[in-house]
Ligand binder design. Sequence first.
Ligand SMILES: [Zn+2]
Length: 441
Amino acid sequence: MAAILLRNGDVIDGTGSAPQRSTSVLTDGDLIVAVGPDADSRAAARAADVKVIDAAGLTVMPGLIDAHVHVTLGEPASNDELFNRREPISAALLAAHNARKILRAGVTSFLDVDGLFNIGPALRDAIEAGVTEGPRMKSGTYALMTAVGGTAGRMIPNEGTAGYAEVVRNKDEMIRVVRRQVKDGADIIKIHVTGLIPARKGEIQVWTREELKVVCDTAHDLGVRVTAHSRGDQATLDCALAGVDIIWHGSFLGERALEAIVERKVTVGPVFTFLANLAEYGAKAGATTGAQAVFAGEMEETGARLRRAYNAGVPLLCGSESGFSITPYGNWHAREMEVFVNQLGLSPLEAIACGTSTNAIALDQKGEIGVIAPGAKADILVLEGHPETDITVLGDKSRFRHLLSRGKEVDLTPIPDRSPLRGERVEAWSAVPLTWELVHP
Ligand SMILES: [Zn+2]
């Protein structure tokens, strides 16, 4: 049956408007065709081929969009695991498995920012072709790095690829690799603008503004956008001036960077979820970074500046950084909206707008996805609870009653737990060194 009437639900349209109580939504194929009394009358006129779902007392809203996912990483607990314990075919099979988990968390679209072995574009195409089930997807491939690296220290090689990284050694190579990535199917080019250097504190800018501009100009000439991991004030300023389309983190940005972002209306996604999970729940998972206080400070300082950017009309994206052991697939995709409420002081409806209609920017599909409106794609979440007053209900999958993806109902039965694949995890000989004193206390 191609048409579905969601009858008399409380509709949150994703634009930030107040819920419309007892309102129907009619879909036909992959489109929403009517909202309100028009939906009821059009459904009545063709009753024979419309499936009716009673949504009375339930919230009807756009399927969630996650603007920052790494679907191919496979939830590593460390960089050692990520860089040394992955091989292409298992990683691809696992990514397809995990895309189904993401869908069942109410996420009907996501941007895969960067990942392993060029799997992202292939998974996107396989989902689109109906080969495997998953949300709508746009994808980057390897993250461009200079040989200084990103957040994996010395695991980044001096040239070539490793993990999600591809090292570009000079401007010619930047041009060549961007062109190859576009040929390989990248929807977006990712740059790691700041990186960690052993023995130095914080993330250091490892690209010049001129180099960033080379990547941006090359990609833009081919109609492809550029996105950047940037932790640091000068780095974020240089991203904005070089023409980066979406900046991730933006941590510790200062007044000049803020001004440049506001003036150019550069889209920013703070991706606080990873930090928030570590800071608030890390102990429950035995996290060992010891950086909890630093993360709390980063969220507070950066959050205050980003709130000013939001007030000035800068689009803020909600991304979960799903793909690590701190952010396993299917669990935390709605968490960033909660952090936006707590850290940025947004209302739940404003945060929902960020996580739906604004997040459509991540896939370059603004107006097409992330809204309940005639003509928009038929991606719809129906749940018990009132996210307009309690945003946390969006993280609770047990409340989900129906999910439409491309106009079809998704089976919301949870995906069973799996066992580790052979060779997937780092193995240790012992948890602590077996010293003589340990044996002879
Ligand atoms: Zn990321």
